[in-house]
Design a protein around this ligand. Structure first.
Ligand code: NDP
Length: 242
């Protein structure tokens, strides 16, 4: 695809699920992908599968220095960064009455601070260069909430607010896109410990779900736009999800 070929795309949360699937697909379209997450084995296997157009940097998005290092490594490997996609996220949901405060902290650190650190790491570079594209993954949970998802939903509403403000601040130069996936097959939710959530939803496998390609296609649509076209928001739900 003309507008994807040779673009350097940095992806956090690239070791599984939506990020890994999209990385494969982008590389298949000629992009150079820089894969970031904590699990090195998965990242290494994916780079081996994709080949020379991929590299990985072990990254914990809750650590600001890791994001700075990620962008530096991407530039030194491929010469530039055209697209930064803040996609890493976790969803250990629970009800407030259960008091899973450590999990609230984890969601805030990864889902909110991880996005902020990603923006902070790449924005001065892109502004200096005079072009660039920053995407972040929010969620349908960043548009509406329901019992049991309060903190996760709060983090994803925060992503919406952060990205919309970023868009207004850098609208002259940088493309800004927020992706709002509905329920999608992935490892998300594997870290749920709440007995009450498990009792209500099991392991979430009975919900209607999209495959990862549905979200990958949305991301590719945003990245592949030519010239001054900036796609700001995309929401994708499976039929049956309200
Ligand atoms: P997965 O659990 O499959 O992927 C999550 C990714 O985030 C993994 O690569 C994981 O890698 C990475 N990650 C988690 N914590 C960190 C961290 N501290 N530092 C770096 N990377 C981290 O789930 P999805 O693919 O579904 O999730 C991708 C995004 O999509 C998330 O932001 C999620 O909230 C969002 N989303 C998903 C939906 C769904 O139904 N699947 C619906 C709406 C939004 P590792 O563990 O190796 O670090």
């Amino acid at each position: 695809m003309e507008n994807i070929k040779n673009k350097v795309v940095v992806i956090t949360g690239a070791s599984s699920g939506i990020g890994a699937f999209t990385a494969r697909k982008l590389a298949g379209l000629g992009a150079k992908v820089v894969l970031a997450a904590r699990r090195e084995d998965q990242l290494k296997a994916l780079v081996q599968e994709i080949g020379g157009n991929a590299t990985y940097v072990v990254t914990d998005v809750a650590k600001r220095n890791d994001l700075d290092n990620l962008i530096q490594q991407a530039i030194s490997k491929f010469g530039q960064v055209d697209v930064m996609w803040n996609n890493a996220g976790v969803m250990p949901i629970s009800f407030f009455e259960e008091g899973h405060v450590d999990e609230w902290d984890k969601m805030i650190d990864i889902n909110i601070k991880g996005v902020l650190y990603g923006i902070n790491a790449v924005l001065p570079y892109m502004l200096k260069r005079g072009e660039g594209h920053i995407l972040s993954t929010s969620s349908v949970g960043g548009l509406k909430t329901s019992p049991g998802i309060g903190v996760y939903s709060g983090t994803k509403f925060a992503v919406k607010a952060i990205m919309e403000t970023l868009r207004e601040e850098v609208a002259q130069t940088i493309k800004v896109t927020t992706i709002y996936p509905g329920a999608t097959q992935s490892e998300l939710g594997h870290d749920i410990t709440s007995p009450k959530i498990k009792g209500l939803y099991g392991n979430l496998t009975n919900m209607p779900k999209l495959d990862e390609e549905a979200i990958a296609n949305a991301v590719i649509y945003a990245i592949s736009q030519r010239g001054n076209i900036s796609v700001n928001e995309i929401t994708v739900r499976p039929l049956g999800q309200t």
